[in-house]
Structures are given as C-alpha cells and as structure tokens.
Write a protein of this length. Sequence first.
Length: 289
Amino acid sequence: MLLIAVPVLVVLAGLVLFAAARRRDTDEAVGQLSHETRSRDRGPVEPTPSEAEGEVPTTGREIERLAALERRRGGLVVAEPVDRAPVPWVPPDAEAIGVSRRQFFNRSIVTLMGVSIGGFSAASMVAFLWPTASGGFGSVIRIGKLSEIQDKIDEGSGFAYYPEARAWITNYPSSALEKAKGVYGPGELPGMEAGVVALYQKCPHLGCRVPSCVTSQWFECPCHGSQYNRVGEKKGGPAPRGMDRFTMTVENETLTIDTSSTGIILGPPIGTNTTGQEAEGPHCISGGE
C-alpha cells in the first residue's frame, strides 16, 4: 500500500508545482515590458509609409504607432471609422477548441486522485481479507517438543525466550495445579498441566519488555520496577495485574501457542500467588511495593 501511495503523491505534487510555475510565468508576463522595449519606446517614433503619405491607418499596429507619435507631439489622433460592416460573431465549436490546458491539468489531477484512492481502498480490502501470515508473532506458533523446551529452560537458568513469539517459557510446578485450576482458564491449563507456562514479554503497566532476573528467579521490569514471580504473577510495582500469557495447546508432546489478539490472555489479578515462590536471591531491579 505504501509503495503505491508514495509514487502517486510524488506525481501529484509535481503536477501542482508545474501548474503553479506556469501560472506564475503567465502572471509575470502581463503588464510588464522588457528593458529593450522600454528603451525603444523612449526613442523617436518613425512614421509608417502610410502615415507619411497622410493616409488613414487601417491596421491596429498603425493606429498604435500613430497614437504614440501624437502623444509625444502633444496631440491625440482619433481613428476614423472604417466604412465596412463588422464581422458577425459565431460561437466556436467545442469539439474544434478541444481541451484547454487548465481543463487537462484539472482532469489529470482528479483522475490521479481517483486512482490513488482506488488503489488504497483495494490494498486495504486485500489486507483485511488476506489471512494472517504464519510463522511469526500474531499467528499460531509451534514452540517445539516439551523435552527440547525443558532443555532450553535449563540452559537459561529457569527461563527460555522465543523471540519469534515474543514469549517467555518457564516451568509451572505440578504442586500448584490445584490452585491454578481455581484461577486460570482452559487456554492456560493445558500447558500448566504439561509443566510449562507461556508469558507475553510486554509489561502490563506501560508495555516495556520485561527481562528475567536469574538471581531472584523473577521477572523484573527495568522501566518502572514492576516485579513478577517465575510464572508471571505480580509481586510488586505499579503494574495493574500479572503478566499476560498466551493460549497453549499440547499435542504429541509438542507445545503450540496462539500469539494472535484472540490468543492473548490477560494476566491474573493482583494478589494471585498460586506457586508461593518468593525471591530466591538479590533483585536485578529495585521497585517492589
């Protein structure tokens, strides 16, 4: 869409500038004489052969020259009427005249604007009807086998980050499942029952990316100090709730998460603490309540 709109806007701007320049040239040409013309007018005016012979001027050019000569001599010559009937006026044929320059530019601008609006509308419609691309954030993403995920969690000292899903994957203890069933819904429980939870990296407070803190084994936001335990339940700071999480499905020991707008689940309310986990070491960010 942007690739279509930018060239159209450039063309329209060029047409407007060209029309303005031509109009300015035309305006400057009206009522102004060149230096050469003014110098020639100040010089002596030579009479035409017909004027020298005393004949009455019959052309517009001769009348103008005679009037200029008489003004310098202090008089004014009134041209005598020509003894012939005026030519009757006949309205011109519109087809013979054709399209004027102004009409051409006006119609061109309107046409280009119509094409650009039509292209924009078509692109918007295609973008609206086209299915969401698979394989990236905003789609259903296959994270991998649970055994592979566990290996990555162990390598990250309790935290596994998947940038294509903008998600943190951490362990959910089986001992907390009974409490979890009273707090979490069917979109989250399948993953928790498999021993994992998928958390959105964005802080619910003002949207900063929340990093993990290996020493405290919590998530700690560097922007305003919000803190969450390892499963994303709020422990401190100004955040209005726990970390948002993704809908999880587990099939054939494979975890899949839905990162679309319908797959994001709002975090648990303040006070939720199903795991009972407290900070296991020094905080990376100070900012608890």
